[in-house]
Write a protein that binds this ligand. Structure first.
Ligand code: C5P
Length: 229
């Protein structure tokens, strides 16, 4: 049986972003949704499925991050994040315990991810996939434009997907992808694609939405109310 079929699972949570696009007075991961920080919520969501959680936090807020994670039932490590998300994850990879065979990467900015999504990702990895991402279809029509914002063409949306997290990986493949990374990818699966490793998809969920703007925070608050009903 492969290591991925049996080994322990870790989640890396990049939480070192500034939240500039939210216009907040503190890092985005420390903002609260109904009294609980995005970081705490994301870590609690991961802790249902994983054994170990490594959080990359703003370098001047490591203690605060640790404090917010005391309620989370998992082995927790906190490291300083870097200038870009990719640097933050690279730092987190350095402290992964030896016996971890599967690594999930989950944005602190997606605090409402349902456990079913995480389970779907892990199940496919346990079955032998090296890279798995949750995706959703696209409802809007998508067009490409030129420098003058004039439409060039309509893209076939049936072939496109919106990509969420947690993204899951075979540990050694992810470590190699980060070692080989030559450009900044917008997600971790992009680094696997660069190595020609097949990236498999499972169904995502609207609740796994990413909080980027103040508008997103309002939507997440409404969704939280709906799920609490
Ligand atoms: O900024 P954005 O929403 O794309 O960030 C996605 C996730 O990556 C967030 O959870 C954010 O905290 C994290 N991040 C990070 N280090 C950075 C930038 C973003 O850990 N330098």
């Amino acid at each position: 049986m492969s290591a991925a079929a049996t080994g322990r699972v870790a989640a890396i949570i990049p939480a070192a972003g500034s939240g500039v696009r939210l216009g907040a007075d503190k890092p985005k991961a420390f903002l609260e949704l109904d009294g609980i920080s995005l970081l705490t919520r994301s870590a609690l969501a991961m802790s249902v499925v994983v054994d170990v959680i490594v959080v990359a936090a703003p370098s001047d807020a490591l203690d605060l991050a640790s404090e917010l994670l005391t309620v989370v039932d998992a082995e927790i490590h906190v490291v300083a994040g870097g200038a870009e998300r990719q640097n933050s994850i690279s730092n987190a990879l350095q402290v992964l315990p030896e016996d971890i065979s599967i690594v999930l990467v989950h944005d602190a900015a997606r605090p409402l991810v349902p456990v079913e999504v995480t389970n779907r990702v892990v199940e496919k990895l346990r079955a032998g996939a090296k890279a798995v991402i949750p995706v959703l279809p696209i409802a809007d029509t998508i067009k490409s434009v030129d420098a003058q914002e004039t439409v060039v063409q309509t893209i076939d949306r049936n072939q496109l997907r919106r990509v969420q997290t947690p993204q899951g990986f075979d540990r050694s493949a992810l470590v190699q992808a980060y070692a080989n990374a030559k450009v900044l990818a917008t997600d971790d699966a992009g680094l696997m694609e660069a190595m020609q490793i097949p990236v498999h998809t499972v169904a995502g969920d609207e609740l796994a939405m990413k909080i980027t703007t103040a508008h997103d925070l309002k939507i997440a608050t409404a969704l939280l109310g709906a799920t609490n009903d």
